[in-house]
Design a protein around this ligand. Sequence first.
Ligand SMILES: Nc1ncnc2c1ncn2[C@@H]1O[C@H](COP(=O)(O)OP(=O)(O)O)[C@@H](O)[C@H]1O
Ligand SMILES: [Mg+2]
Length: 230
Amino acid sequence: MLNMQDVSKIYRTELVETHALRALDLVVKEGEFVAVTGPSGSGKTTFLNIAGLLEEFTSGSYVLDGVDVKGLDDNARSKLRNRKIGFIFQSFNLIPDLNLFDNVDVPLRYRGMGAAERRQRIEKALTDVGLGSRMKHYPAELSGGQQQRAAIARALAGDPRLLLADEPTGNLDSQMARSVMELLEDINARGTTIVMVTHDAELAARAQRNVHIVDGMATDLQRGSVLASA
Ligand SMILES: Nc1ncnc2c1ncn2[C@@H]1O[C@H](COP(=O)(O)OP(=O)(O)O)[C@@H](O)[C@H]1O
Ligand SMILES: [Mg+2]
């Protein structure tokens, strides 16, 4: 599903170069639920943004669902992102002036879908996350947990094959965090591959696999420990 080899990312400003990723190798198979942990500033968000085609990388190779993304122009990247990938952010990133229905509609409109299909997808996605009765509500009228559920509905309405989540429970209390995690587990059980960056050790432990990013390099925790003892 996702295969990164030797990926590096250097941010350059006039004064400094930051090596956000150095020779990162990471493979995520179809259907996996991978939790990514690591210290602040270690490159987790950079990795996720590259994985989600939001950012370019400096060197290395990245194949997403069989497509080598290296040679793609902006337009092809946007199309691929919009069709294959759903994003969830720590701060929900809902549009405050739009109700939930219209928030979920935004990425579907980008895809040029007809109104009837959009409506059907929006209603299903919001119902699936338990917000079927809140479609006309605005984000400010909801709890943090509900806002994150709405953001998940927005990510899912396009039927992505890969869901990328950057600390999706970082702004939630522990009870809401667990319920969002349960929702992600349901989504994964229905076949969507998930990569989730998290600081929460308890949630990370529930994922099938843990990858640790330190200093821009990834280690597979289980496999790493086996190798270390071999
Ligand atoms: N747009 C940017 N410009 C310059 N440096 C950046 C930018 N984004 C991230 N960085 C730097 O790259 C490194 C990795 O950042 P990030 O991927 O956000 O880490 P994490 O998500 O693990 O906290 C940090 O040193 C950060 O300051
Ligand atoms: Mg981050």
